[in-house]
Ligand binder design. Structure first.
Ligand code: ASP
Ligand code: MG
Length: 425
């Protein structure tokens, strides 16, 4: 018997039938003797549709009204789920963010949770009710509705789990856990039974988009155990929790990200203040620069390259063109066809030679490394995008991550995968 928060994402509640499935699942948890609180996202693509509606009315909708609008998606799914549970003969009650006691900062569309007042949820539980909470929303000091940023229902679930001191926060979605690599790219990827918060955060920011990073940060801070699992099967997924001393492998997982581009400033005078000017100008335009590479200078000139999300490329180019005369650089060169491959593992701290091994593996595959960056538990390398699958597969094998079984439906050759790969996620 446990106290469980169970969060269901948009795909899991995309239709009335799926909502009924979720209801059955919750009832089953209840029948097994657990106390359970559900948290739901909006049905399917509802939030995107609401964003579209707003855009059709105004190209600059006030963010207060935007939050008011977006919060309605979750209110539909929560009420329908409560009805479906009721139909199965069990008590359920839906709660908006306000009713669930979720207070946030006033920053619309990106609010942060400040407190969780769990009284109504706990009262409902004590009466044998299954509370169903609308994800993604809260209430600010003025009593206005706020939302937590796209994908924010994960954060709601973790916050509720923390607020009621739940044993686990189960996050149900269309993926059945966290894998050592994307199985579509590395058919020998393995599902991890557990992963640490730090590793999960590094993997997410390196392109493995399963859980909202903020939810994981929240969970790490308050020690909430997350269980990421499939909404469509009973199989155990992956537990995200504090590092266990058991884990010793240098590399836990490999992420790849094809959504970034590389921009190079050619032939920049190698003198002090130039890098400062370039990156201050980019920062002022909110370009999120990831990796930076500066070459050794030749005859007083050097190349400066950086990577940034493709969605920031236009801003980046406009900015650089504006300052080009000022810094005396020759040209701007853009390379869109890059991929960032990241090895992540807490074990990296205690096993030297990970970088050397990774570079050798890529070298053996004739893959050129265009940029490198590291954190204590991550090594990222930028390569030609067409070589993504080859790189991920070779590293996956070299670091002992391969499973004995192969994902049948994804048994594509690296070339086929490369051909299928599209820019962005
Ligand atoms: N419905 C919101 C979104 O699509 C929140 C969520 O799904 O977590 O971003
Ligand atoms: Mg979602």
């Amino acid at each position: 018997m446990a106290l469980i928060v169970a969060k269901f994402g948009g795909t899991s509640v995309a239709s009335p039938d799926r909502i009924k499935n979720v209801a059955r699942r919750l009832v089953r948890l209840k029948q097994q003797g657990n106390d359970v609180v559900a948290v739901v996202s909006a049905m399917g693509k509802t939030t995107d549709e609401l964003v579209g509606l707003a855009a059709a009315v105004s190209d600059n909708p006030p963010s207060r009204e935007m939050d008011r609008l977006l919060s309605t998606g979750e209110q539909v799914s929560m009420a329908l789920l409560a009805m479906a549970i009721d139909k199965l003969g069990y008590k359920a009650m839906s709660f908006t963010g306000r009713q669930a006691g979720i207070s946030t900062t006033g920053l619309h569309k990106m609010a942060r949770i400040v407190t969780v007042d769990n009284v109504r949820i706990l009262d409902a539980l004590s009466e044998g009710v299954i509370p169903v909470v609308a994800g993604f929303q809260g209430i600010d000091e003025n009593g206005d509705i706020t939302t937590l940023g796209r994908g924010g229902s994960d954060t709601t679930a973790v916050a509720i789990a923390w607020g009621i001191n739940a044993d686990v926060c189960e996050i149900y979605s269309d993926v059945d856990g966290i894998y050592t690599a994307d199985p579509r790219v590395a058919p020998r990827a393995r599902k991890l039974s557990q992963i640490s918060y730090d590793e999960m955060l590094e993997l997410s920011s390196a392109g493995a988009g399963v859980l909202q990073s903020r939810a994981v940060e929240f969970a790490r801070k308050w020690k909430v155990v997350i269980h990421s699992r499939s909404a469509f099967s009973d199989e155990e997924g992956t537990y995200i929790k504090e590092d266990s001393a058991m884990e010793t492998a240098a590399v836990t997982g490999i992420a790849h990200d094809t959504s970034e581009v590389k921009v190079t400033l050619r032939s920049v005078p190698d003198m002090n203040g130039v890098a400062g000017k370039v990156f201050s100008a980019l920062a002022a335009k909110m370009v999120s620069v990831d990796m930076i590479i500066q070459n050794i200078s030749e005859e007083g000139f050097t190349d400066i390259s950086f990577t940034c999300p493709e969605s920031d490329l236009d801003k980046a180019c406009e900015t650089l063109e504006r300052i080009l005369p000022d810094i005396n650089a020759k040209a701007i060169v853009v390379d869109k066809d890059i991929a960032k491959i990241s090895l992540v593992g807490t074990g990296m701290k205690s096993s030297p030679g990970v970088a050397a091994r990774a570079f050798t593996v890529l070298g053996d595959q004739s893959i050129n490394i265009l940029a490198i960056s590291t954190s204590p538990i991550r090594l990222s390398m930028v390569v030609d995008q067409a070589q993504t699958a080859t790189a991920v597969q070779a590293l996956h094998t070299a670091f002992g991550l391969d499973s004995d079984s192969v994902f049948e439906e994804t048994q594509l050759t690296p070339e086929e995968v490369a051909a299928k790969m599209v820019k962005g996620r």
